[in-house]
Design a protein around this ligand. Structure first.
Ligand code: GLC
Length: 556
């Protein structure tokens, strides 16, 4: 185990540094339409990102993960891709993309792009061709078409539900229906089709040749499907075992043949391109194959994102994930927030959300953020403590734009401004994910708080000015400066991928890295004695003892 782990750090000399850069990287997720708007159309764009590279460099991130920037009708925030090898004209051009890559690389920042292989947009040329072509055609074989039931095919082939609510099969007018596990505008590809497979290899090379360093693979566990002639019902589908690799839709073992082919492409490059899988699998041990060196190489571990602020829960998650990572030969990943979940500064200001999913407080969102009332101060205090602990763990840390500002969820977006398909497909049940996608505030004042010259595409609340980059930049106690300090120190202190636990009180987690870098997190409300060592950084005021809900970094 130690052999796998040692040397996998930024301290190894020579070419290995480059090949292993991802193992303990800090990766910053940019949701491009909500990051920075250079041309004033209210939508963030690639020149906007380029204009903020200095900010990213000063923040101290190793890499950017860019959510989809491809041509899209925006039926699902860009995850409905009309052309996998181009840039949405509202976001820029391929030349703008090249300029952004050059600027990031010049600042020493790598770039990971989102790739969406499970489905395309219904505006994709291939789907248009499929609609224009007859049943049984090669054009239809690139997607998942089935005859409808009933004398004229007027009934769906099965009663399956899609992820955003409503049916998963939609008719195309000639008795056939197509499958969409997500929105109707996101038809699922047929991964048994060789053209589909070849086209994605082309896409991987297209972006790799343009200098992209890696890929975040969207719903990586859904590509391989095995649909029998007699489709099961939704209830039967739900009851199927997901743990054996034989479920008809999710996490089938054959999916790894696809990724073995991708790995060959990644390894054509020097250093090899990297990938991280978004794979929601159960049991978690099934993540290992996605993360293996023969596959994508790394997989998201969403366990901390689903955890309550609780020492026992955190400890169990940390131990299990480090073991799993070691077993797969990969490093683990940590994440609290992304474009799909309620921001963690808000989650931690709400009472523990017993219902699944824990990272998505559905009832609270439905109430417009009114019930229960968020304890914003406690939420931020806990988020800062949790993040500082996370940044001391071995493995990669994935951050989501705006969390470095301690940004909370925007819960009171008017219905008329909502964009997420979840809102439209689950009326009165779910409002969706717009609240974490509101364009981030750069300046304390102005029409869009510095996001761009015009109003932002999602309404920003008045409190955004107080938490803007401008408001925080020169305040040594701000969350922005906590992140800056933490990322700079993390880089300096980074060491091999092991940790040891130091005995502590039950509400405290105290860990030590190989070089004497320690993190002590007090999850309780009451202060505890501060362990010995030089205090390097703290998530809140520390004076002689370690206050409740505070993390400190020490050197011994
Ligand atoms: C992933 C993305 C999410 C998107 C879905 C469908 O889960 O993170 O935003 O809606 O895939 O592409």
């Amino acid at each position: 185990m130690t052999e796998l782990l040692t040397g996998a750090t930024g301290t190894t000399p020579g070419a290995r540094i480059d090949a292993d850069w991802w193992r303990q990287a800090t990766v910053y997720q940019i949701y491009p339409r909500s990051f920075a708007d250079a041309n004033g159309d209210g939508i963030g764009d690639l020149p906007g990102i380029t204009s903020r590279v200095d900010y990213l460099a000063r923040l101290g991130v190793d890499a950017v993960w860019l959510s989809p920037f491809y041509p899209s009708e925006l039926a699902d925030g860009g995850y409905d891709v009309a052309d996998h090898r181009n840039v949405d004209p509202r976001l820029g051009t391929l030349a703008d993309f090249d300029a952004m890559v050059a600027a990031l690389h010049a600042a020493g920042i790598k770039l990971i792009v989102d790739i969406v292989p499970n489905h395309s947009s219904d505006q994709h040329e291939w789907f248009k061709e499929a609609l224009a072509a007859p049943k049984g055609s090669l054009e239809r074989d690139r997607y998942v078409f089935r005859d409808g039931l009933g004398p004229h095919g007027e009934l769906p082939p099965a009663d399956w539900k899609c992820m955003f609510g409503g049916p998963a099969w939609d008719p195309v007018g000639d008795g056939q229906w197509y499958l969409h596990l997500f929105a109707p505008e996101q038809p699922d590809f047929n991964w048994h089709n060789e053209e589909v497979r070849a086209d994605f290899l082309k896409t991987l090379r297209f972006w790799s040749d343009r200098g992209v360093d890696g890929f975040r693979v969207d719903v990586a566990h859904a590509l391989a499907k095995d649909l029998p002639d007699d489709l099961p019902s939704e209830a039967q589908l739900q009851a199927m075992d997901r743990a054996t690799g034989t479920h008809l839709l999710w996490d089938r073992d054959e999916v790894h043949e696809i990724y073995a082919g991708w790995r060959e492409v990644f390894n054509e490059y020097d250093p090899p391109r990297i990938a991280v899988a978004e794979a929601w699998v159960d049991p978690p041990a099934r993540r290992a194959r996605y993360a293996s060196a023969e596959g994508l190489g790394q997989a998201f571990n969403f366990d901390l994102l689903e955890a309550d602020f609780d020492a026992d829960a955190y400890r169990k998650i940390i131990v299990e994930n480090l073991e799993q990572a070691a077993a797969s030969g990969s490093s683990t990943t940590w994440v609290f927030s992304n474009h799909d979940v309620v921001r963690h500064a808000t989650r931690y200001g709400l009472p523990p959300n017993g219902d699944r999913p824990r990272h998505y407080n559905r009832a609270w969102l439905l109430s417009g953020g009114a019930d229960p009332v968020v304890d914003a101060e406690a939420g931020l205090r806990r988020a800062r403590a949790a993040t500082l602990l996370m940044l001391a763990l071995p493995g990669s840390a994935y951050l989501y734009q705006g969390e470095e500002l301690g940004l909370g969820e925007v819960a009171d977006i008017p219905d008329a401004a909502r964009q997420d398909p979840t809102f439209f497909r689950s009326p009165g049940v779910d409002v969706g994910r717009d609240g974490c996608r509101v364009p981030i505030p750069w300046r304390a004042t102005g029409e869009s708080y510095g996001f761009g010259p015009a109003k932002a595409h999602l309404p920003q609340p008045e409190w955004f000015g107080e938490v803007s980059v401008e408001a925080q930049s020169d305040d040594p106690g701000s969350t922005l400066n906590l992140y800056r300090d933490a990322l700079a120190l993390r880089r300096e202190l980074q060491t091999d991928e092991s940790l040891t636990w130091v005995e502590s009180e039950p509400q405290v987690l105290h860990l030590r890295r190989a070089n004497g870098w320690e993190a002590v997190a007090n999850f309780g409300a009451a202060p505890v004695p501060l362990p010995a060592g030089e205090v390097l950084l703290a998530s809140g005021p520390v004076d002689g003892e370690l206050p409740g809900e505070t993390t400190v970094w020490l050197r011994n």
